[in-house]
Design a protein around this ligand. Structure first.
Ligand code: IVH
Length: 695
């Protein structure tokens, strides 16, 4: 019959698509098969097969899970630890929205579940895709696995919009986690080698991200919704209203979610949840507050990866006592020597801790830490555990002496004036720095080369197969097969994963270079500003030329000169968020000949992809706008964010390059100057009309 035929056909195409990487039919034809299957199942529900594609879609991919781009980014949250920070969060929202003092700000408060976030896409009420968060922009397709979770409905019960993505947390209850570990222990042939999960969060992540959905099905996973992503319509105007709608559709929503209107009520709910924490069936690490009104959420938008309209109020860190066994020194990508405390294993908040950071030499001195000391440590969420204090201060033991040489390459380790960190001066002769740079280059937030983790990089570096980033792109399957433990399929997969990164997005490429101070956010700002590697390189050339000019003119290159020059460099970079320190780091990096050589070599192997502008088209796209006077309907920050979203540049002063001046009440010299120069001016209402035009 047709359903059996469809099940077999879809399974075959899944295997061809995922497994052999050789699909026989187009995506549209594949979707048509799935649709036909769904239609038949809708009409004849009693005929739904156990092996129906709607229940278990997707053959297990051989090496890894397929990637999916999120329709809307999956954001993370900023944290607050003290009540004052929560008050400041609300004050910030008020300022941003320019709310009157007596305007109430309603918020929702709900537990922050310690699981992993997952986006469930429902089309016409049916679950069609489940994806993990990944890096926020791209996640992993875990659809067949999510279908095995009882709390994730295959179909929404009531009328839901045509398209709705429900986002929430996949987690494991504490008791189920304990039972799972016990089962894994009992089933292991050798109990000493039994797989054990460190905590429910890891158990949930490990269970959801399985190649074989049958394994996921055997794991007791649960789901709680906490938001949504892409939606064809929103059936409410508030966060609380939408969460109620999601609950009506049959998806679990926290019973501890409340809507409150004052800071006092918010904090009271926090304390209520904190008091119940130990008795709750699942792990939580704080309470999440969200602005209730969705129109305000939209106006607030997000900065970097976190929305301005939500915050996680974390519970205080958990503390424990143990013995400091030794202090090891790790050498980072930029040569920074970081002392790491090796500890006698101790359980802190359900996790066994054996290492803690000691930050730097000053911190060791401040603590007075010496190997053999009893210490108090703390662990908060995902943060690396910290040593808080030494409990055996009075006891006689020699003080710890920070090494004067790099433990990896023997080069001098020095501390630059005004810096806290001690750095290895070995640069590229230091193997630790080179390996760290390579590891960073391939890592998830940089080039994201699947399957090329720290272990492989270290081995490849040791054997001379990979010495520089460009060498990664010269790896061939043949070379891998000469190595031990490499088989045809894994070798081919790695080479394919490397090849897939020959046109990396410009921001990832810039971040991957591992330049000091160029984090992901700055890399993105630079990519957005320069759009192509060519433009960026031209700007760098200008910086280097200008600095050489200044050096010649002044004839001095001391710290004071560098600070002054850095300001000029920042003016050349001309990117919001890039100040003198970052500009200087960029110039320092590209001034080094060996760095230039590494980049040039790399560019023989790959070509960063240009940034396609993602801003909305509007009357002010590409124009320069100046805001002046008092803005009443919105804050300066919001105005700036609006302008940038419309593709405009915001400047602080009026010049012949200005295209539009938005003047609020009390505007003075800037407005006058604009009028003198014949520049277009408007008021707040006029600006709002421009914003509205492009929505
Ligand atoms: S809201 C737009 N609510 O915490 C904001 N997140 O640290 C997106 N999480 O990635 C998240 N419980 O995986 C939200 N009640 C809750 C949550 C929650 C747990 C996770 C979520 C997010 C992470 C951010």
């Amino acid at each position: 019959m047709e359903l059996a035929h469809l099940a077999a056909e879809i399974a075959r195409h899944n295997a061809l698509y995922h497994g052999a990487d050789a699909p026989e039919i187009s995506d549209a034809d594949y979707d048509a098969l799935l649709r036909r299957n769904a239609e038949l199942e809708d009409a004849f529900p009693h005929l739904v097969r156990a092996d129906s594609p709607s229940r278990q879609v997707g053959a297990a991919p051989p090496g890894h899970l397929a990637k999916v781009a999120h329709a809307l980014p999956m954001l993370s949250l900023d944290n607050a630890f003290a009540e004052g920070e929560v008050a400041e969060f609300i004050a910030r929202v008020r300022r941003y929205l320019r709310l009157a003092d007596d305007e109430p700000v309603a918020l929702t408060a709900e537990p922050k579940i310690d699981g992993l976030s997952c986006s469930l896409r429902y089309e016409r009420g049916r679950l069609v895709l489940a994806a993990t968060r990944g890096d926020g922009a791209t996640g992993e397709d875990v659809t067949p696995n999510a279908r095995t979770i009882g709390e994730i409905p295959q179909s929404l019960t009531c009328e839901a919009p045509e398209l709705f993505e429900i986002r929430g947390e996949v987690y494991m209850a504490k008791s189920d986690f304990a039972a799972l570990n016990a089962r894994l222990l009992a089933e292991a042939a050798d109990p000493a080698k039994a797989r054990q999960f460190a905590n429910p969060r890891n158990a949930a992540a490990g269970s959801l991200r399985q190649k074989d959905p049958a394994v996921t099905a055997s794991r007791p996973l649960r789901f709680l919704a906490h938001g949504w992503g892409e939606a064809s319509a929103l059936p409410a105007e508030t966060q609380s209203g939408l969460m109620a709608a999601i609950a009506d559709w049959g998806v679990p929503v926290s019973e501890l979610l409340v809507r409150v209107e004052t800071l006092d009520d918010l904090l009271a709910h926090y304390r209520r949840i904190e008091a119940q924490r130990a008795d709750l069936p699942f792990d939580i690490d704080g309470v999440v507050y969200k602005i209730d009104r969705l129109d305000w959420q939209r106006r607030l938008g997000s900065v970097g990866r976190a929305p301005r309209w939500a915050i996680a109020h974390k519970f205080p860190a958990e503390k424990a006592e143990t013995v400091l066994l030794a202090i090891d020194i790790q050498v980072g990508r930029t040569g920074k020597l970081t002392p790491v405390a090796r500890l006698e294993p101790v359980t802190v908040g359900g996790v066994v801790v054996t290492n803690a950071t000691l930050h730097n030499a000053d911190e060791i001195e401040r603590l007075g830490a010496r190997p053999g000391d009893r210490v108090r440590i703390q662990r908060a969420g995902d943060v690396i555990p910290q040593v808080l204090e030494v409990l055996t201060r009075g006891e006689k033991r020699p003080a710890y002496v920070f090494p004067a040489e790099c433990p990896e390459c023997g080069s001098d380790a020095v501390r630059a004036e005004g810096e806290v960190d001690i750095r290895c001066t070995g640069g590229l002769i230091c193997p630790a720095q080179r390996v760290e740079r390579l590891r960073h280059f391939a890592s998830r937030h940089a080039l994201d080369i699947e399957g090329l983790g720290a272990t492989h990089i270290e081995a490849f570096f040791r054997d001379g197969l990979v010495q520089s980033p460009a060498d990664i792109f010269r790896i061939t399957a043949a070379k891998l097969l000469e190595r031990e433990r490499w088989a045809e399929i894994s070798a081919r997969n790695l080479v394919a994963a490397i090849d897939a990164r020959r046109a990396p997005p410009l921001d990832r490429f810039l971040f991957a270079l591992g330049i000091r101070h160029i984090g992901e956010v700055t890399a993105r700002d630079l990519a957005r500003r320069y759009r192509s590697w060519e433009n960026f390189a031209a700007m760098v050339a200008m910086m280097l030329a200008r600095r050489a000019e200044l050096e010649q003119a002044v004839g001095e290159t001391d710290e004071k000169f560098r600070t002054r020059a850095a300001k000029e460099l920042a003016a050349i970079v001309e990117t919001p968020g890039v100040g003198p320190e970052v500009a200087q780091a960029l110039a320092d990096f590209f001034a080094e000949e060996h760095n230039q050589a590494v980049v040039a070599d790399l560019l023989t192997q790959l070509a960063p992809a240009d940034v396609i502008h993602e801003t909305r088209v509007s009357r002010v796209s590409g124009k320069t706008v100046v805001f002046t006077g008092t803005l009443e309907a919105f804050s300066r920050d919001e105005a700036k964010a609006q302008a940038e979203a419309l593709g405009a540049k915001v400047a602080g002063s009026v010049s012949s390059k200005t295209d539009l001046v938005v003047a609020g009440p009390g505007a003075g010299s800037k407005l006058k100057k604009a009028e003198e120069l014949g520049i277009e001016t408007t008021d707040e209402a006029g600006w709002l009309a421009i914003v509205a035009e492009s929505e």
